[in-house]
Design a protein around this ligand. Structure first.
Ligand code: SF4
Length: 235
């Protein structure tokens, strides 16, 4: 029995190797969005552990639009080709909440990847291509129109779409204390809808090492269930 078979979750690296047939690297992108925990819709000031760049690269503020971020990132990744085979790329919209935008803005952001998607025209032979588009967002900012838009991208351009739904902890009281300001119920709802739309989705949960706040005993089993579900890819 392989060591992976003993784990209570499916490790990502072998899954990606099997799916894309080559090494896969994540390319972090900053679409210069915001989030409802900053602009007053849900709260102001953001989560206690978040930085001013929305936990991302800050590339937009440095004047790099998405196309230039892609070009620079892909040039770096091209050096990682193995036996002349370029890596597959996960275009990862990391900063802020990437579905907390207008439909027009989400379309514009996704369109910035056009040249590097399957069937895109501008990629030289042997250059890395995007195999997967990943968006980080909050569970309370995942409208149906955004799921539809992402489903269209997946269908029309033949890429995987992943959603990263921030959770951090399954304890609503801890969520409040770290100023995260959404609930476990909202997370479950977003995860259910993402799964119904056949997207792979994942979560991250830190149990708040930055704050030293620990989730209480009762919701911890709920955290384990959430993490276990999150580890299962559904594409
Ligand atoms: S929800 Fe995300 S972007 Fe917003 S403050 Fe928290 S960590 Fe930062």
């Amino acid at each position: 029995m392989e060591r992976e078979d003993l784990l209570p979750f499916r490790p990502l690296a072998p899954w990606m190797l099997a799916r894309y047939g080559r090494a896969t690297h994540r390319l972090a992108l900053d679409a210069g969005s915001t989030c409802p925990n900053r602009d007053g819709t849900r709260g102001r000031g953001g989560c206690t552990y978040c930085d001013v760049e929305g936990s991302g690269t800050g590339a937009q503020k440095d004047g790099l639009d998405l196309r230039r971020q892609m070009e620079a990132g892909l040039a770096r990744l091209a050096r990682r080709a193995e036996d002349g085979v370029p890596p597959a790329v996960v275009a990862y919209f990391q900063s802020y909440s990437n579905t907390y935008v207008t439909p027009e803005r989400l379309r514009e952001v996704l369109a910035s990847l056009d040249p590097w998607l399957p069937e895109g025209g501008a990629v030289a032979d042997g250059a890395p291509r995007v195999a997967c588009v990943a968006l980080a967002t909050r569970p309370d900012t995942l409208p149906e129109w955004a799921l539809d838009e992402l489903a269209r991208l997946k269908e029309e351009r033949g890429v995987d779409v992943w959603l990263e739904l921030g959770l951090e902890t399954a304890d609503d009281e801890v969520q409040r204390r770290i100023h995260r300001l959404h609930t476990l119920a909202e997370f479950h709802d977003a995860a259910r809808r993402a799964r119904a739309a056949s997207f792979a989705w994942a979560t991250r949960s830190s149990d708040c090492p930055a704050t030293g706040v620990k989730a209480r005993a009762a919701p911890r089993s709920s955290w384990r269930r959430a993490a276990w579900r999150a580890s299962r890819c559904t594409t």
